[in-house]
Design a protein around this ligand. Structure first.
Ligand code: ADP
Ligand code: MG
Length: 362
């Protein structure tokens, strides 16, 4: 583990000397920008496997204090540490050396090679997932979803909405044998206002809920309020508008991809999203119209269709209207509200997870 340097600054986490870092192979074969596997020499002289990411300055000349991804990681690791990959600290590189270019670098423990996207690409997805999770194959999907909802509950409980839940941002921690969330670059903390801008959407359209925003755009800008007013406002806004349900929609899409192998390509997912929108986000209607053969829907059909019921309650709309000034409001549709992560954990589909003993431990 890494102890705090003497230069530790409250609110920013541990500051790491650039000379302790070494950047190796680029992650995601270049498509992710500056994100590398690497190593960190700890205070004890041990060498730890890490992930290094250079943060793009979003505001010209912004001081390090205002770097949103950095601040959100500090908040999340302090308040919901189990939900996210361990954040080890940051480093200010002043002179480019090798792959470590000048700028602010964030450092996390390297959790392993497999994101949920890796599993979804494999033909034997369920088998490998079950083996890695240590559960029977029939429980692979409920168990993975349970872990995702546990992570989301922890983040939501401290006021953070992730806003970019998708398979590439869910990593398997090999040593703990469980999934954790990564990539808080788009996350917003509604308690502090960190990285929250009312009219901003920054999202992957394949996993983004139809309402597109975490809060209606006409609510007062949280970051602009004083701390005391924010403390009062956040719980009210949370109860009224359920910003956390932004993430549970994305989790609903992930559940569909885990359950229905034909939804694992981007093009088929786009087709699904379009078709679901034409059904007014009524999954039952989509199910009837799509006429899928039973051999494709076993995961959702099991346990009296528990999977269908959970997915339908996650993919429900928070209905949105645009007013004259272009502002976005959420309307009550009269249908039951979209499930929160905490409510999803109580659903019968999730409660079947991990009930049977792992075959390997028998
Ligand atoms: P980006 O903003 O470029 O999407 P991410 O934070 O999602 O950056 O990281 C890019 C990729 O690097 C992830 O999809 C994952 O494959 C890998 N990765 C990121 N963090 C970790 C981690 N802590 N452990 C293992 N792999 C990671
Ligand atoms: Mg990512």
């Amino acid at each position: 583990t890494v102890r705090a340097d003497a230069s530790r600054n409250f609110g920013q986490g541990v500051k790491l000397e650039p000379k302790r870092l070494n950047a190796g192979r680029q992650l995601g074969s270049g498509s992710f920008g500056e994100c590398y596997r690497g190593t960190l020499v700890t205070d004890d002289g041990d060498v730890e496997e890490v992930v290094l990411k250079r943060v793009k300055a979003r505001v010209q000349g912004a001081s390090e204090m205002h770097e949103a991804e950095h601040l959100i990681n500090v908040l999340a690791s302090k308040a919901a540490g189990e939900a996210v990959a361990p954040f080890l600290g940051y480093s200010l590189v002043e002179q480019t050396s090798g792959r470590l270019s000048k700028g602010l670098w964030l450092v996390w423990s390297y959790e392993g090679d497999k994101t949920l996207a890796y599993y979804l690409k494999r033909r034997d997805c369920e088998r490998v997932l079950a083996a890695d999770l240590g559960v029977e194959e029939s429980q692979a999907v409920p168990t993975a979803m349970k872990q995702i909802f546990e992570c989301l509950t922890a983040l939501h409980n401290v006021g953070i909405v992730h806003r970019d839940i998708k398979p590439a941002n869910i990593v398997f921690d090999e040593s703990a044998r469980r999934f954790r969330l990564i990539d808080l670059g788009a996350a917003a903390c509604l308690r502090t206002g960190t990285n929250y801008k009312p009219a901003e959407t920054i999202l992957d359209p394949c996993y983004c809920p139809p309402e597109e925003y975490v809060l209606p755009t006409d609510v007062p800008h949280l970051a602009a309020q004083g701390t005391r007013l924010r403390t009062v406002m956040t719980p009210v806004l949370w109860t009224q508008h359920r910003p956390d349900c932004f993430d549970t929609y994305s989790a609903g899409v992930v559940l569909m991809q885990l359950s229905l192998p034909f939804l694992r390509t981007t093009s088929s997912l786009r087709t699904f999203n379009g078709a679901l929108a034409r059904c007014n986000h009524d999954l039952e209607e989509w199910r009837v119209r799509s006429g899928l053969p039973a051999r494709q829907t076993a995961v959702l059909d099991a346990n009296n269709g528990a999977g269908w019921d959970l997915a339908a309650s996650l993919l429900r709309p928070r209905e949105v209207v645009t007013d004259d000034s272009g502002g976005v409001k959420f309307l009550n549709t009269g249908r039951a509200p979209r499930l929160s992560a905490g409510a999803a954990l109580k659903h019968s589909f999730i409660r079947q997870a991990g009930v049977q003993a792992a075959p390997a431990d028998a």
